[in-house]
Design a protein around this ligand. Sequence first.
Ligand SMILES: *Cc1c(COP(=O)(O)O)cnc(C)c1O
Length: 373
Amino acid sequence: MKIPFLELRTQREQLRPAINAAIESVLDADWYVLGEQGRLFEEEMARFLESGGASQTHVVGVGSGTEALHLSLVALGIGPGDEVITTPLTAAATAMAIRAAGATPVFADVDSHLTLDPNAVRARVTDRTRALLPVHLYGHPADLGPLIALCRDHGLSLIEDCAQSHGTLWNNRPVGTIGDVAAFSFYPSKNLGAYGDAGAIACSDGELAERLRKLRNYGEAQRYHHVIEGFNSRLDELQAAILRAKLPHLSAWNTRRRAVAAAYQEQICHPAVSLPTEKPGMFHTYHLFVVRTPHRDALRRHLEARGVGTQIHYPVPLHRQKAFAFLDQPAGACPVAERAADEVLSLPVYPEINDAQIAYVAQCVNAFDAEAA
Ligand SMILES: *Cc1c(COP(=O)(O)O)cnc(C)c1O
C-alpha cells in the first residue's frame, strides 16, 4: 500500500463539476481582482464563523495567511519598537509576518498541548509588548482563557493565527472570533484550501475591517485616492470562487478528520508512541494528527519503508532558526518546544483517506520496533 502524507486529487475529482463551473464563471466575467466572488466569499466565510456561535463578524480576503497576519498587525498600529509574543513551534510565517510589520517577535514556550503557555507568556511581557499571537496549532485551540486575561491586564491586542484551525471551537466558540483579529490561510493543504495562495482576516470591529480593506489595496479609499500607505494583498476572484465551491463542505470534512483521528486513537497502540488529545470543551479539527516518540526519525523511516508518508511540524523551533538568530534567544530558552521538535511526527490525515488506509497506517505504527531502531 502507498499512502501519501497528503492527497488533494480525490477531493478535486469529487468536486470537479463545481470547481470547473466556478473557474469558468470568473473567466466568463473577465473580472479577476476585487469583485463579486471575493465579496460573496467574505460574506459566506463570515456566516460560517457566525453559525458556529460568534457575534457579527467581518471577513476581509487577502493574498495569503502570512499577509493576513501582517496586515492585521499594521491595522492595529503595531510596528517598529513593538514586541509581539508568539510561539516558536509554528510555521515560520507567523514570525515572518511580525517582522514584515517591523515589530519584534518574542518567543515564549508552549505547554503540553504544544500551544502557547500562558505562564511562559506572562514572564515575557515587557513595556514594549503590544500583542499576543497564539497559534491554534494542528487544529487544537490555544489556551485562550489566561491569554485573554493577560491581554486585559496589560492592554495588549490578541491576534489569533487560525491558519490550521478553520472550524475549531474553543469552549463552543469558533476560533477566529475570540481575539481582536484573526488570520486564516487557504494554502492548498489547509482544512479549507484554495488552488494557490489565499488568506482572510476576521474581526468584529467594523472600523478595523475598513482599515484592512484599504491596507490590502494600496491604501485606497476610492479609486486613485490613497488615504493611508497600503499594500497589494488581495484574494483574487479565481481563488475566491474556488473557496466558495469548497466552503459548504468544510464542516463535513472536519467531521471526517475527527473520525480519522478517532480511528487512529482506537487502533494505534504502541508503548513508545503517544497520541494527541483534545482538551474537554474543545473541538479539534485535526489539520494535523501529530504523534510523539523519542524514536521519531526511526519511526519515520519505518513508515516510509512501508509506503506511509509523514511530515514533521516543526523540526526547528523558530528561535533556533538562522533567520531569527539576530533575536539572540539562546538554545534552551523554550525547552518544551525544543523537545517537541525532536519528537513530533505528523501522520496522514485528510477527509478522503479511507478506513483500510487508516488501518494500514495504524498497523505499521504498531509494528514499529523501537528497540531495534
Ligand atoms: C500555513 C500557515 C501560515 C501561513 O499561511 P500562508 O497562506 O502560507 O501564507 C501561517 N501560520 C500557520 C500556523 C500556518 O500553518
